[in-house]
Design a protein around this ligand. Sequence first.
Ligand code: ATP
Ligand code: MG
Length: 235
Amino acid sequence: MPVITFANTKGGAGKTTAVLLLATELARLGFRVSVLDADPQHWITRWYENSEGLLGNRLNVVPYVTMSTIDRQLQEEKARADFVLIDLPGSRSSLLAKAVGYADYVLIPVQGSAMDAQGGANVIELLHYLEDKADIRIRHSVVLTRVNSMVTTRAMTAVKDLLAARRVHLLETPIIERAAFRDMFGCGGTLYSMDAKRVSNLDKAQENARALALEVLKQIPAAQYAGAPSLRSVA
Ligand SMILES: Nc1ncnc2c1ncn2[C@@H]1O[C@H](COP(=O)(O)OP(=O)(O)OP(=O)(O)O)[C@@H](O)[C@H]1O
Ligand SMILES: [Mg+2]
């Protein structure tokens, strides 16, 4: 079952937020999803403790994933889930190399800034290294995060130009800066258990998460997750 690793060596790029959005959305579509939480801040584990029972138990979170436990935890989760998502710390580490090496698809969240783009470039360098030295080719894309819904900044345009020049695949769907994406961590729950009267633009946040999940699904060969109960509802 496909493993999707989220990586950027720059802290705060939006990895954990992207993992939670994709995990909850895939579970909502009917897939069984496991998240391996290797982020030392344990945000997804804490979110899970506040959100038990949601999504028909299709979402499982494995806490305290480390260099010495990831092999076993990954094998266990691959056996029971349709998708395994890995949330990494924002630094270079041997855990990052391992989690990238295990991935079927690597998603690189990048905010529209040169510093974030450099953190993403470090991950792309590692992917090229695996390809050159070990002939391991792992599909990967950048997803732009915390994008302002109203204006395109100059920094964002520069990052897009850089990615195009280096022929790095960029998802068409950016993750927009939304209060709802922050509130999920504060209060627990999903974009569908929140109160639309209290959270601004909740409908747009839901639309954004859905578009992200559908685009990510298109990047992964369907044969790798065929048999999942929800496939018909995705089509
Ligand atoms: N799309 C978004 N809308 C609103 N806030 C966001 C969004 N993406 C990220 N944030 C906020 O930005 C901060 C950093 O995001 P996040 O924790 O997802 O990054 P990270 O890459 O996982 O960080 P770390 O490297 O420390 O693990 C958090 O406060 C988060 O709530
Ligand atoms: Mg994180």
